[in-house]
Design a protein around this ligand. Structure first.
Ligand code: NAP
Length: 317
């Protein structure tokens, strides 16, 4: 049986499956392993099942034992792994697409609603008590008839677009390539971000974190939006330059932000904590029991498929 290091604790059903599939090393206390601990613990292993909290950078990968043939990431995003370094060392990297799209799209919609309808301020007022209903109390932005820009109209972006459309939003999107008409589902394509942002009353960021998308929301691009736009991010923190967004929120160029992901998680930029119109969540995108089990099972199946066939449909490098 193949020996696999599993860096984070999984839900019991998934750990049971792992025990039946290979010889696993579990992290029973769910300790956050340092990079050197991952290197030490992977001695004698054939593969590693990582999560997005494991930084598998070039140096870490170069120090892994030669016996490691696969890094199976427990996430659809793989910005935590240096794909080229893994490829050079002959290590396959896999991810868990599709199974988390519904759950993440739900959080994407929650961010849009929470930011537009001032949920953070509403929750705080309800808890503080003493609030008084009036015709102009905590007035927010209604979604009906509002334009939603989707940056990254992939699996999650398309699901968010479909739900948003049912709420009466008008959908625009940007990808590097235009989608087929059936996938567009009535959305308008923009071949550059300036064009997309200029029609986005609300933006939903759904693209991966890559060198190309790093800080795509920055001091310059934030000015492309209509005044009073809302920016939401369900993808990855690296896509947003926090200082630029916080500044735009403070001067009301941007009306509100809805964020699930951050640079340097869990230490988000403290500027966000001072902004009443920031609706912030602690990276909950895929956090439902069914989805987490499906993700872990797929991460396990990816390893099994790789060792049985020499390849894997979810290989990303
Ligand atoms: P996906 O199906 O691969 O979709 C990504 C989309 O982004 C594609 O339509 C792609 O189109 C577009 N894209 C890629 N690079 C781009 C660029 N440089 N400029 C503009 N568009 C670009 O991925 P997914 O499954 O929807 O997941 C998207 C991301 O969500 C993941 O990478 C992950 O980081 C994040 N995520 C977050 C959570 C959470 O817990 N909050 C959970 C799951 C996923 P083109 O290739 O045509 O450009």
């Amino acid at each position: 049986m193949k020996k696999i290091l599993i860096t984070r604790k999984l839900i019991k059903d998934s750990e049971d499956k792992a025990s039946k599939t290979f010889n696993p090393i579990f992290n029973t206390n769910d300790e956050l392993y340092s990079q050197s601990k991952v290197i030490d613990m992977s001695q004698g292993c054939d593969g590693i099942l990582t999560s997005l909290t494991d930084k598998m950078d070039k140096e870490t990968i170069s120090k892994l034992p030669d016996t490691i043939k696969i890094i199976s990431n427990f996430a659809v995003g793989f910005g935590n792994i240096d794909l080229n370094a893994a490829k050079e060392k002959g290590i396959a990297v896999t991810n868990t697409p599709d199974v988390l799209s519904d759950a993440t799209a739900e959080i994407g919609i929650l961010l849009i609603l929470g930011a537009c309808r001032r949920a953070s301020e509403g929750i705080q007022s309800a808890k503080d008590g003493g609030w008084k209903w009036s015709a102009d109390y905590l007035i927010g932005k209604q979604l009906t008839g509002t334009r939603l820009g989707v940056l990254g109209m992939g699996r999650i972006g398309q699901k968010i677009a479909r739900i948003a459309k049912s709420l009466g939003m008008v959908i625009h999107y940007h990808n590097r390539s235009k989608l087929s008409e059936d996938k567009e589902n009535g959305a308008t394509y923009h071949d550059n971000i300036k064009s997309l942002f200029s029609v986005s009353d609300v933006l939903s960021i759904c693209c991966p974190a890559t060198k190309e998308t790093e800080n795509m929301i920055n001091k310059e691009t934030v000015e492309y939006f209509p005044k009073g736009a809302v920016i939401t991010n369900v993808a990855r923190g690296d896509i947003v330059d926090d200082e630029a967004l916080i500044d735009a929120l403070n001067r009301r160029k941007i009306y509100a932000a809805g964020l699930d992901v951050y640079k340097n998680e869990p230490n988000l930029n403290p500027g966000y904590l001072k902004i009443k119109s920031a609706f912030i969540l602690p990276h909950l995108g895929s956090a439902t029991k069914d989805t987490r089990i499906a993700m872990a099972n797929l991460a396990i199946d990816n390893i099994d498929e790789f060792f049985n066939t020499g390849n894997c449909v979810n290989k990303v490098n």
